[in-house]
Write a protein that binds this ligand. Structure first.
Ligand SMILES: Nc1nc2c(c(=O)[nH]1)N[C@H]1C(S)=C(S)[C@@H](COP(=O)(O)OP(=O)(O)OC[C@H]3O[C@@H](n4cnc5c(=O)[nH]c(N)nc54)[C@H](O)[C@@H]3O)O[C@H]1N2
Ligand SMILES: Nc1nc2c(c(=O)[nH]1)N[C@H]1C(S)=C(S)[C@@H](COP(=O)(O)OP(=O)(O)OC[C@H]3O[C@@H](n4cnc5c(=O)[nH]c(N)nc54)[C@H](O)[C@@H]3O)O[C@H]1N2
Ligand code: SF4
Ligand SMILES: [Mo]
Length: 728
């Protein structure tokens, strides 16, 4: 044993930190991590990693990471056993339900849920058994418009077209910065290399972004665009293509309804009219449309910048249309659908827009989930259906959702907050019970979602690197621990949920693989993919390039593509009005920014990642800084309708005039957190400024980009401690 302990071994697994799912080769001796590198033998990521991968060990070893449940007792935290914590959480949840009704308990699922397959598999059962009025998730501060467009056009929220980046000849990218984010709604590890390959094969990259991003700097063309006006640009591109008879929908035309309505619907959006609002000259728009249509294979792709804005749903619809009318949907080099080994399209509900609405503002639900922009008011608003207890799973909505300070006040007013989370952070500091899961290295992983979004069909199963201690629980065990204590379903329902818990994630995965498109079926020794076969491929399996699959894969009731879905068409008059709404002279608009060594709000506790220059700084065009008399490095106040923060100013011609850029996920100065490193790099939260009232009315997705702000000098800089939110 002792000899084994001392021998260094190599462990292969997929990184769970972002959507790129890079293969890692981790060298370990006993419980000590010696090195984390890219796995060169991973056929998909080919050795690519980013600096965050190395920080996996910091997360694992972090003394601030919670290993056992905490309960708040008389204002102080006490460590309690799992039995006690789960019993107590369940008892108090039941008590709220008994006194106020079932709909007094809500659930919020944060982003890492999607990166923890146990949580992803077992959260739905907990939610079903609670029958809460409302569930919320990070989806509505993120990719909700993609799901809306997918549902309305293709019939399933997960029929998400992925840019075939490896075969395209022309990539038109709006509001995405994959060189930093490593790709989103497009799992493509090593995007930098893939973009270099695109250009090496004679292809073109065009980036549309109010900031000349790291990705824009690699592009053939970069266009600044006034935040929030992309739908106008996209409509003008489509109109130009239709006017100039460049539309070639090809074989899919026979499967589409509504294509002939498009010229009428888009009549108002001539490039000449759109130019003023977008800030892009008409001749550039026309040229953009022509080169897109002329490319042998082209794809338009838009992400956070065009999703989390007022016209997010229109943007994602118009992007799909641009690909469709130019014949680039469902063809190599265009926007394609995956055939993942576990097919979530076959195994999950299609989704539904509307049905239920939020009780205060009447925002629509999507798939039973309400927009998180409404969470605070659903807690604070008096009346039936008021939320009195909240369970958060892998979420930090105080820093990640609009108007964080209002949400903090709401969380304080709850009768009960239970947080399934490894940290005492800005959200969980308000909890009554914190239930911390194992670290990523202590559990196995299969990427149910990111294989669905990958630019090749791939599959990889990662076993746990370390055995968790007896006092630790996986996310799924915590969720199941709550579920079995709370389930009041019928005998049949409870039996089904009990059975899936007995099977556990691994056997559920095996069943999913067997019944998937590459599966061995249910015969024990059938040929084809099952968990055992996947286990024999420690570097992951490449299942081939994406293949055309329409109309077969459509899930619309008539198996046709809806090119002009009514809920989206109904939003066009609002877009027309935006043609006339030019911003007042001298006004400023706030947009977001990501950093390679950061991951939303929760990786700022790794000292390794926190080195270098201060990141939570406001970028402003030098002409605006000069006009406002603001000096480089000075502290400025950024003020919006809902709040005010103070941050250092960095004049930069990276951002266009009239635009300021600030990263989100900062603001670690709040008392009562246990984040030693992050507190020393507190910064201020962009979501103290974002406005919970500003949403895309089609689906309630939050407007995080394009927030009207004012920027002022801070009168007495000495009175301000770094990153402090002065309104608290
Ligand atoms: N202004 C602005 N706001 C934004 C964005 C923006 O661009 N601008 N981006 C938005 C986007 S895209 C997203 S996805 C959201 C994210 O919103 P959230 O998901 O609410 O927030 P995160 O910062 O990702 O916080 C993740 C939480 O999960 C915990 N955690 C990490 N790993 C695990 C795990 O394995 N299990 C469990 N149980 N917990 C874990 C962390 O400790 C942390 O508390 O933020 C959104 N907010
Ligand atoms: N290093 C790192 N990687 C990450 C994350 C992280 O926090 N750090 N977060 C992960 C998550 S949860 C997600 S969802 C993805 C997001 O992945 P991306 O969407 O690729 O990342 P962002 O940096 O949010 O890119 C949004 C871009 O939109 C631009 N923008 C803002 N407003 C507008 C507008 O109105 N129009 C246009 N055209 N552009 C606009 C911004 O300047 C920015 O460059 O990244 C993931 N990967
Ligand atoms: S790019 Fe994403 S998946 Fe790859 S190593 Fe970095 S954080 Fe992990
Ligand atoms: Mo996200």
């Amino acid at each position: 044993m002792a000899g084994d302990e001392l021998r260094a071994t190599k462990h292969f697994r997929a990184c769970n930190l972002c959507e790129a799912i890079c293969g890692l080769a981790i060298e370990v001796r006993g419980r000590e991590i010696l090195a984390i590198r890219g796995d060169r033998d991973d056929p998909f990521s080919r050795g690519h990693v980013c600096p965050k991968a190395v920080a996996l060990q910091d997360l694992h070893n972090d003394p601030d990471r919670l290993r056992q449940p905490l309960r708040r007792e008389d204002g102080a935290w006490r460590t309690v056993s799992w039995e006690e914590a789960l019993d107590d959480a369940a008892r108090r949840i039941r008590s709220v339900q008994d006194r106020h009704g079932r709909d007094a308990v809500a659930v919020y699922l944060g982003n890492p849920t999607v990166h923890s397959w146990g949580a992803l598999l077992f959260a739905p059962a907990l939610i079903r058994c609670l029958q809460p009025a409302a569930t919320f998730s990070a989806t509505s501060v993120d990719q909700l418009p993609h799901h809306v467009a997918a549902l309305l056009m293709f019939g399933h929220k997960l029929l998400l077209p992925v840019p075939d980046i490896d075969r395209t000849r022309h990539l038109l990218m709006l509001g995405a910065n994959p060189l930093v984010s490593n790709g989103s709604m497009m799992t493509a590890p090593g995007v930098g290399r893939r973009l270099a390959e695109l250009r090496a094969r004679g292809g073109t990259l065009v980036v549309v972004d109010p900031r000349r991003t790291e990705t824009a700097a690699q592009a053939d063309r970069h266009h600044f665009i006034r935040p929030g006006t992309d739908a106008l640009l996209l409509a003008a591109l489509l109109r130009t293509i239709l006017d100039e008879k460049l539309a070639r929908p090809g074989r899919l035309a026979a499967w589409c309804d509504g294509l002939d309505e498009l010229p009428g619907l888009l009549a108002d959006f001539e490039p000449r009219r759109v130019a003023a609002a977008t800030g892009i000259p008409a001749e550039d728009i026309v040229a953009m449309a022509r080169s897109f249509a002329a490319a042998p294979a082209a794809v338009c792709y838009g992400r956070m910048g065009v999703s989390t804005q007022s016209f997010g749903s229109l943007c994602q619809w118009l992007i799909n249309l641009l690909n469709l009318v130019t014949g680039n949907l469902d063809r190599p080099g265009g926007a394609m659908f995956t055939a993942p080994a576990v097919d979530l399209v076959a195994r999950t509900g299609a989704g539904r827009l509307g049905g239920r609405r939020s009780r205060t503002r009447g925002l629509p639900a999507f798939g039973g989930e309400l927009p998180v922009a409404a969470l605070a008011e659903e807690i604070l608003g008096e009346g039936p259906g008021r939320i009195r207890a909240l369970i958060t799973v892998a979420g930090n909505p105080v820093l990640s959702t609009p108007n964080g300070p209002a949400l903090e006040r709401a969380l304080e007013s709850l009768e009960l907050l239970v947080a399934v989370d490894p940290y005492l952070n800005e959200t969980t500091r308000h909890a009554d019970l914190v239930l911390p899961p194992t670290s990523a290295l202590e559990r196995d992983q299969y990427d149910l979602v990111f294989n669905l979004l990958a630019v090749r069909n791939v599959a990889r199963y990662s076993p746990a690197l370390f055995e968790p201690g007896p006092e630790q629980r996986h996310d799924w065990q915590i969720l199941e621990g709550l579920r079995c204590r709370l389930d009041r379903g019928t005998v049949g329902e409870r039996w089904r949920r009990w059975l899936s818990a007995r099977l556990g994630p691994r056997r559920l995965l095996d069943l999913g693989l067997r019944s998937g498109p590459y599966g061995s079926g249910l015969r024990p020794f059938g040929r084809g993919l099952d968990l055992a076969a996947l286990g024999r491929a420690p570097h992951g399996l490449d299942l081939g390039p994406l293949e055309p699959c329409l109309p077969g894969r459509l899930r619309t009731h008539d198996q046709r593509i809806a090119a002009a879905p009514a809920p989206l068409v109904a939003d066009l008059p609002r877009l027309e009005r935006a043609l006339e709404e030019l911003p007042p002279e001298g006004s400023l608009t706030l947009i977001g920014r990501r950093h390679l060594r950061s991951n939303n709000s929760w990786m700022h506790n790794s000292a390794r990642l926190m080195g270098g220059r201060e990141r939570c700084v406001l970028l402003m065009n030098p002409t605006d800084a000069a006009r406002l008399g603001l000096a480089a490095g000075s502290r400025v106040a950024v003020v919006s309708r809902v709040g005010r923060i103070e941050v250092p100013l960095e004049p930069s011609d990276e951002v266009m005039p009239g635009v300021v850029s600030l990263p989100h996920g900062w603001g670690h100065h709040r008392p009562g957190t246990r984040l030693t490193v992050a507190e020393a790099h507190a910064g201020a939260s962009a979501n103290d400024l974002t406005d919970e009232q500003a949403v895309d009315p089609v689906c309630g997705n939050a407007v995080l980009n394009g927030v009207p702000v004012r920027v002022e000098a801070v009168a007495d800089a000495r009175a301000v401690s770094p990153g402090r939110t002065s309104r608290r």
